[in-house]
Design a protein. Structure first.
Length: 539
């Protein structure tokens, strides 16, 4: 769902249907630097900027599920003020992390207009959950780094890369003895003879392989040894003294990633150094080896130089990398969860959510809601978007989205200062808006004209601009069930209608609306008008 209009008003309009249903919110509000896109009044005084952000954050909090998470990206101009504001709204106890994100390159001599200061290349993401007692944990997301880039980087920095040997033969394995761990569980020890270990460099020469080819070929057999202390290693050392120089054990760990699973470990040399496998710290992906690390609070590696090409729409300032949004959605959501971005910009969040099979709500004030966001999502649906995360997740196109525009205020004052219904509202739109204001679901019945919406199985609403007569009320009452009730909203009606039936309540328009919210301006008294629905040509 994409909504074109002011995000404060749109968020208020979403409350009835989406309160407590959004799993993840990402917002990238104007940074108050005087350089945001033209549709936002950037460069405001701190207090005014914070007031505008506060009003939106309060509404966003209400839309989150109890275990939902909000990510707010900002630069150092307002991050400290924003942190205090978020503490106030979400509660300091619900703060999860502050992430530093590399968003600019610092290469070259140019100071980028910051000659008196260090060149800025970092932005920040403040992360809060709605309720820390409901929030369990983030999904596990592992950082990937090309193994050979890592090795080269270590060499250039004078560091030693340890995984440089290959166990080409485990030799002859023979059961030696069984001992007990600290809990009394068995540890079976085997001794190996005629074990063959060779350096990577030797195999490269004898087999005429490049270093990368050798690592890929022997990926599962490459190791380093470590003298990391453990109670298991101590027991193995004591039990195998003078028994050989290469051993394996089989046991079931009580903790760690192999908890509850039969596990084999290998020890070598007089010190019984533990053999650590390369395959435990990196994975093989086709012809690549990538090192995996748990995600921390410094994020980089995004394709910043090609960012303007993502999505097939030009957006020179403020566009966020799809890989950044993917990382956020991987952390905080699963397929089918609702994601919301109320400062949608060029549509990056919506595009990524669509590709990752998340439901999404995007709100954008400017005309680029139509010129950029709609264009970008159509490219995604038609599989014409091959940039961003498309290749990473093997995106093949498909799906659809709905586009809404905020309707004008339902009521306005005429030249005599009287409240009147906004003329642009036709009968159907008026009925839909009144149903929404009364917490009814707008769903016109195909047979009974007066059943325009419902709040419960037996409670209905009927809105009309026509004069209501006793005869019409009698006719409606004859069609009603004994346990049904009806709210009638009309411009005028006969006085006798008011008390004619206990299960029919009549209220006048616009009086029924006054006091609900502020009128006479384009605000959240709105209905939202569907203007376009886009689906894949295949559906």
């Amino acid at each position: 769902m994409i909504i074109h209009g002011d995000n404060l008003l749109a968020l208020k309009a979403l409350e009835q249907d989406y309160a407590g249903k959004v799993k993840c919110i990402y917002i990238d509000p104007p940074y108050n630097t005087g350089q945001a896109f033209e549709h936002y009044d950037d460069g405001l005084e701190h207090s005014l900027w914070l007031s505008l952000i506060k009003a939106r954050l309060e509404l966003l909090k209400g839309l989150l599920t109890d275990d939902g998470v909000v990510f707010v990206q900002i630069d150092d101009n307002e991050v400290h003020y924003l942190k205090i504001l978020l503490d106030e709204i979400f509660g300091r106890q619900n703060f999860l992390n502050q992430v530093s994100v590399k968003m600019k390159q610092t290469s070259g001599a140019s100071g980028g207009g910051e000659d008196k200061k260090l060149k800025k290349n970092i932005e920040y993401i403040l992360i809060y959950t709605k309720n820390k007692y409901s929030f369990i944990k983030f999904n596990e997301v592992l950082e990937e780094e090309n193994l050979f880039d890592l090795i080269e980087d270590m060499r250039q920095n004078g560091k030693s890369w340890k995984y440089t040997r290959v166990l080409t033969s485990y030799g002859e394995k023979k059961f030696l003895k069984e001992i007990k761990d600290g809990s009394g569980e068995p540890i079976r020890i085997y001794v190996h003879t005629d074990v063959v270990m060779k350096p990577i460099r030797e195999l490269m020469k004898t087999e005429n392989l490049t270093e990368e080819e050798c690592y890929i070929k022997y990926y599962s057999s490459i190791f380093r040894d470590t003298n990391a202390q453990s109670s298991i290693r101590t027991r193995v050392m004591e039990a195998t003294e003078n028994e050989g120089d290469f051993f394996s054990i089989e046991y079931v760990p009580k903790s760690g990633k192999s908890k509850g699973k039969m596990t084999t470990l290998y020890y070598k040399g007089n010190n019984r150094d533990l053999i650590a496998w390369l395959s435990d710290v990196c994975v093989k992906k086709g012809n690549r080896l990538v090192k995996l690390e748990k995600l921390g609070t410094y994020w980089d590696g995004f394709p910043l130089n090609n960012l303007t090409k993502e999505g097939g729409v030009k957006f020179p300032k403020g566009k966020k990398p799809e890989l950044l949004l993917k990382k956020i959605l991987d952390l905080a959501t699963d397929e089918g969860d609702i994601v919301l971005d109320s400062f949608l910009g060029s549509g990056s969040t919506a595009a990524v959510a669509h590709k990752m099979n998340r439901k999404y709500i995007g709100i954008e004030l400017g005309e680029h809601a139509k010129t950029h966001v709609v264009t970008r999502l159509k490219n995604v649906i038609d599989n014409n978007d091959t940039a961003g995360i498309s290749k990473t997740i093997n995106w093949q196109g498909g799906g659809g989205f709905k586009f809404y525009t905020l309707a004008p205020s339902l009521l306005r004052k005429d030249k005599f200062d009287n409240w009147i219904i906004e003329p642009s509202y036709d009968a159907d739109l008026l009925a839909s808006a009144l149903a929404k204001q009364g917490a009814f679901t707008y769903h016109p019945d195909s047979e009974l004209f007066w059943k325009q919406g419902y709040s419960t199985e037996n409670d209905f609403i009927f809105t009309t601009t026509q004069f209501i007569t006793v005869e019409l009320i009698d006719r409606i009452h004859e069609e009603m069930g004994e346990d049904e009730s009806l709210l009638v909203c009309a411009k005028t009606f006969q006085d006798a209608c008011l008390s004619r039936y206990d299960n029919i309540t009549l209220k006048k328009i616009p009086k029924v609306l006054l006091g609900k919210c502020e009128f006479a301006k384009d605000d959240y008294s709105l209905n939202i008008t569907e203007t376009e629905e886009v689906e894949s040509d295949d559906e």
